[in-house]
Design a protein around this ligand. Sequence first.
Ligand code: PLP
Length: 409
Amino acid sequence: MALVNENYLKLPESYLFSEIARRVKVYKEEHPEANIIRMGIGDVTLPLPKAVISALHDAVEEMGTKEGFRGYGPEQGYEFLRKTIVENEFKSKGINIKEDEIFVSDGAKSDTGNIGDILGKNNIIAVTDPVYPVYVDTNVMAGRAGELVEGKWSEMVYLPCTKENGFVPALPQSKVDVVYLCYPNNPTGTTLTREEMKVWVDWALKNDVLILFDAAYEAFISEDDVPHSIYEIEGADKCAIEFRSFSKTAGFTGLRCGYTVVPHAVTAKKENGERVELNRLWNRRQCTKFNGTAYIIQRAAEAVYSDEGKAQVREMLSYYMQNAKVMKAALEEAGYEVFGGINAPYLWMKTPAGYTSWEFFDKLLTELNIVGTPGVGFGPSGEGYFRLTAFGDKDQTVEAMERIKRGTL
Ligand code: PLP
């Protein structure tokens, strides 16, 4: 008899986006003429950079020749890409990360989800609240979360991030073994300064905590005192694993490519106290369960770092960040309290007094035909907040903001 992993049964149905879709569908059926502007999506909308398309074409042609054909590639990623990543993302910024500390993958969702494979079941896990749900759900699947009680998992530690603490989580007051940090943050769009990140790294070193740092949005950073990588902070190479993605940086949400940095110096303990390199375990995990990212996709990712690719990516990022700027200005003009949107493509707004996240969702949908994401969907501390994304079309974004400023359709 096959037994199921009962931890999966503890997970509530993924309610947030299906409930949004349901409410929009009902409204649309009642108002077929409505011009609904969707600002809830976390997906990019611009086409891929030309340099990427050209690299894809070349790689496809190569695969059709006897000499150029490639079968299984290295599980860790091709050397040409690992090398290019090290040069462009780390070496050029004075960060000492080596090629064999880079693991190319099909994206940060898989890696942030799979990293738990190499961690013991009894770790106490901390997450910021609100949070990218993958960190929580994958720990539920692994049996590390306990039971769901009033929106919180009993054995996880929640670190509230609200306007009261400037969206900077306080250090945990109880014992924690692993903490997920994501900066720039999804959903709040806020960041940690170098000084604030140093507090976390120092605390992790002192208390023997592993930081799982998600830098999926680092490319959107515009301010100087916001680190692009946790390894900009001294000592982080001894306590942090970093996740990166080409998804939002270069429009790869459909192509799928990311990478994880596991420095050799990062270790965790066996029950007997002996320390083990996590690089070795992650390498073993990937070699056993993952057969590498497609060659053509890795060539496409490499092209992101060509001069042409860099210029095209810059243009793409500035398109989205111009949307964010327009949104922030309009929302503030309309009297809303808005956070994020400076170093990230997300704006996190306070719902008006008296409105829960979902009530505000309904108000925006029915009065202005704008769809966003209720903050409570990202965790209990998201109640009373609302997320809008800057990934939409420029004209539609402007139109949505005009509606918000007018307060009518
Ligand atoms: N990490 C965060 C914080 C995200 O918001 C997302 C996507 O929305 C991901 C990771 C997933 O990235 P990828 O497309 O590389 O799987």
